[in-house]
Design a protein around this ligand. Structure first.
Ligand code: SF4
Length: 253
C-alpha cells in the first residue's frame, strides 16, 4: 500500500515563518542602521566588520530557510542541515506563534500546521528504522473513561475489550514487534523516552502536546499523529489505527 503522509496544512506555518523571517531582517537592518554612525565614530573597521557579520547572518538565514522550504514543499532531502531544522524548531517557531497571536491566528492552528511540516521533514529524509528503534507513545486520554484497568505503567494490561483504540494499538505493537507506552503528561513521556532510547517516535496527541514533545526530544525525530476529539479535548479521544499501521510500515521499510 502506498503510504501518503498527510502533509497538507503546512502552508500556514511556511507563510507565517517567511513573514517572521522578513520582519527579523528588517528589524536587524534598522538596528544596524541606527547604531552604525556610532560604530563609524569608534572605528571604521568595527563598522565594516559589523556589516559583514550582518550580511553573513542574512546569508545563513536565507540559505537555511530555502533548504527548509524546498525540503518541506518537495519532500526531498535537500541536504537538510540539522542546524537549520533546529533553528526553525527552537527560534523561528516561537517567533512565528508570537506573530500569529499579533495578527489573530489561533495558536492551535499554527501548531497543527507545524506538525504537518515536521511530518514532511520525516518523509523527506526517507530514513528506515529497525523494530527495536521505534517507540509508539500514546496519551492517556485515548483510554475509555469508564475503563478501570490500570494501563499507565503497563499498557499490555489492556484487556482488549475494543471500547477504545488502545486495544487495536496494543495489537499493532505486538504484530509489528514495536515498543508502546502511554504517558499521562510531559514528565512521564520524558521518562519513557529516556528509558527506551528510541531512534524514532510515533506520537499520538493533540497539536499542543505534539509540538511541545517534538521540540523537547529534538533531535530524536517524532512523527505526529493528531488525535480525534469527538467528545471534546482530553476525553475519550480516538486515533486512526489505519494511519498508525501505514506510518509504521513506512518507517520500517
Ligand atoms: S480496550 Fe483496553 S484500555 Fe480500552 S476500555 Fe478496553 S480494556 Fe480499557
Amino acid at each position: 500500500m502506498e503510504f501518503e503522509i498527510n502533509t497538507k496544512g503546512k502552508g500556514l506555518i511556511l507563510v507565517l515563518s517567511t513573514i517572521t523571517l522578513i520582519l527579523m531582517m528588517i528589524i536587524t537592518t534598522l538596528l544596524w542602521w541606527f547604531i552604525s554612525p556610532r560604530l563609524h565614530e569608534i572605528s571604521n573597521i568595527l563598522a565594516s566588520l559589523s556589516l559583514t557579520l550582518l550580511r553573513f547572518f542574512y546569508l545563513v538565514l536565507i540559505s537555511g530557510s530555502i533548504l527548509i522550504y524546498l525540503t518541506s514543499l518537495l519532500e526531498r532531502n535537500f541536504l537538510i542541515a540539522k542546524f537549520a531544522v533546529r533553528a526553525f524548531i527552537k527560534i523561528l517557531f516561537p517567533l512565528t506563534v508570537f506573530l500569529g497571536s499579533l495578527i489573530g491566528i489561533r495558536k492551535d492552528r499554527i501548531e497543527e500546521s507545524f506538525v504537518h511540516l515536521n511530518n514532511a521533514f520525516i518523509k523527506a529524509v526517507k530514513k528506515k528504522f529497525k523494530h527495536s528503534e521505534i517507540l509508539i507513545l500514546l496519551p492517556h486520554c485515548l483510554q475509555n473513561s469508564d475503563c478501570g484497568i490500570r494501563i499507565t505503567y503497563n499498557i499490555k494490561n489492556c484487556e482488549r475489550c475494543n471500547k477504545c483504540d488502545i486495544s487495536e494499538l496494543v495489537k499493532i505493537s505486538d504484530e509489528y514487534d514495536i515498543k508502546i507506552a502511554i504517558a499521562t503528561g510531559g514528565t512521564l513521556a520524558r521518562k519513557i523516552v529516556i528509558e527506551n532510547k528510541p531512534k524514532m517516535i510515533v506520537a499520538v496527541a493533540c497539536e499542543r502536546d505534539l509540538v511541545d514533545g517534538l521540540r523537547e526530544v529534538f533531535p530524536i525525530p517524532v512523527y505526529g499523529l493528531l488525535n480525534e476529539r469527538p467528545e471534546g479535548p482530553c476525553f475519550n479521544t480516538r486515533v486512526s489505527v489505519e494511519k498508525m499501521k501505514m506510518v509504521l510500515k513506512y518507517l520500517l521499510g
